[in-house]
Design a protein around this ligand. Structure first.
Ligand code: ATP
Length: 329
């Protein structure tokens, strides 16, 4: 069996008393695209920086393609492309000079170097910008350059920290397309983002981290469908929505999931059709002027917030991470 592309075991990183990464374990098979999700300060960048050999763990182990990141950093750097959330630029360099500089630093020489640069320029569509100063690039263009830089040595594993942050919708679609192509080539990609809906579309699985701990590792579907014991109904009213909100506070089996401008999303604590029908009947017979109601699914954001709520209440996360392989590093 081939080694996992990324294997993290009980990883810890402490900054004084702060446990930024507090016993993180996960395993990512080769060729998978995995989203890394968590609130600000959850520990994503710290974990990724350790994988990229830019920081040391306080305890625990991490490996990329079977190589321990602390013991074999040079091997890791050959195997891994790192796209940081912000990258320092060299004010007076053009796009081409910048890529050439990195290609030389990575040890490419002669025709090989030129061919690697040509490939990444073509892939990231930087040709028309080749002679532009880096300091004059837009956010989306800089992001493509950053990706191009990370791809010069054709790494097997790509780690991207918030690559979609600050991009306009078109640039985000383009970034998603490039990530899909890289995934189809068989690269393993770990990508952090706050935009859960986009990650859900792009990734095979999602890894959720909260306060330095992994709280879920599974598909987006498994999260939105997880152990649901309630039904969500969106209701539109032609009357004052406040009356609907008040109704939801007193009606049995019902709670207010979300207040809306002309209605609400109600949560009915049952999956049984007759209970749902009874609640909707009562809604109408109690005099709420309903103009529309429809069943709604939770989106990823809702599911994530639900899960954090359950964890705060001391209940278990919706799914535990898949078991780690037992093969030694
Ligand atoms: P964001 O989504 O905001 O980028 P994140 O999940 O990437 O957040 P990290 O950057 O990993 O979070 O930070 C985790 C915690 O560790 C935060 O509380 C942060 O302030 C802290 N931290 C990170 N780096 C350091 C450092 N060098 N020194 C002290 N504290 C740090």
């Amino acid at each position: 069996m081939s080694a996992p592309a990324i294997l993290v075991e009980d990883l810890q990183r402490h900054f004084g008393p702060l446990r930024a990464v507090d016993g993180v374990s996960f395993s990512i098979d080769q060729g998978r695209v995995v989203g890394f999700v968590g609130a600000n300060g959850a520990g994503k960048t710290t974990t990724m920086r350790i994988l990229a050999t830019l920081d040391y763990p306080s305890a625990g182990r991490a490996s990329v393609m079977g190589h321990n990141v602390v013991l074999y950093p040079a091997d890791i750097r050959r195997l891994l492309g790192w796209v940081p959330d912000s990258f320092g630029t060299y004010e007076n360099m053009t796009v081409l000079e910048y890529l050439d500089f990195y290609a030389r630093a990575l040890g490419f020489r002669g025709a090989d170097r030129l061919s690697r640069i040509d490939d990444v320029v073509a892939f990231t569509d930087l040709g028309p910008l080749a002679d532009r100063l880096i300091s004059k690039l837009s956010k989306g263009q800089s992001q493509r350059l950053c990706l191009g830089r990370a791809l010069i040595h054709d790494p097997k594993v790509l780690i991207m920290d918030e690559p979609a942050a600050g991009l306009d919708p078109r640039a985000r679609v383009e970034l998603k397309r490039l990530i899909r192509i890289l995934a189809d080539e068989g690269k393993t990609i770990l990508i952090s983002s706050h935009i859960l809906s986009e990650l859900g579309e792009m990734c095979d699985t999602l890894l959720f981290i909260d306060k330095g701990r992994i709280v879920h590792h599974g598909s987006a579907d498994s999260l939105t469908r997880a152990e649901r014991e309630f039904t969500l109904i969106g209701v539109e009213t032609s009357g004052n929505p406040a009356t609907l909100f008040e109704w939801a506070l007193t009606a049995p089996m019902v709670s207010l999931d979300e207040e809306r401008r002309s209605g609400a999303r109600l949560r009915i604590d049952s999956l049984k059709p007759d209970v749902i029908a009874g609640v909707l009947r009562k809604l109408v017979t109690d005099g709420i002027p309903v103009t529309d109601f429809h069943r709604e699914e939770r989106n990823l954001e809702d599911a994530f917030i639900d899960m954090l709520g359950r964890i705060e209440k001391g209940q278990q996360a919706v799914s535990s991470p898949p078991p780690l392989p037992t093969t030694p590093l």
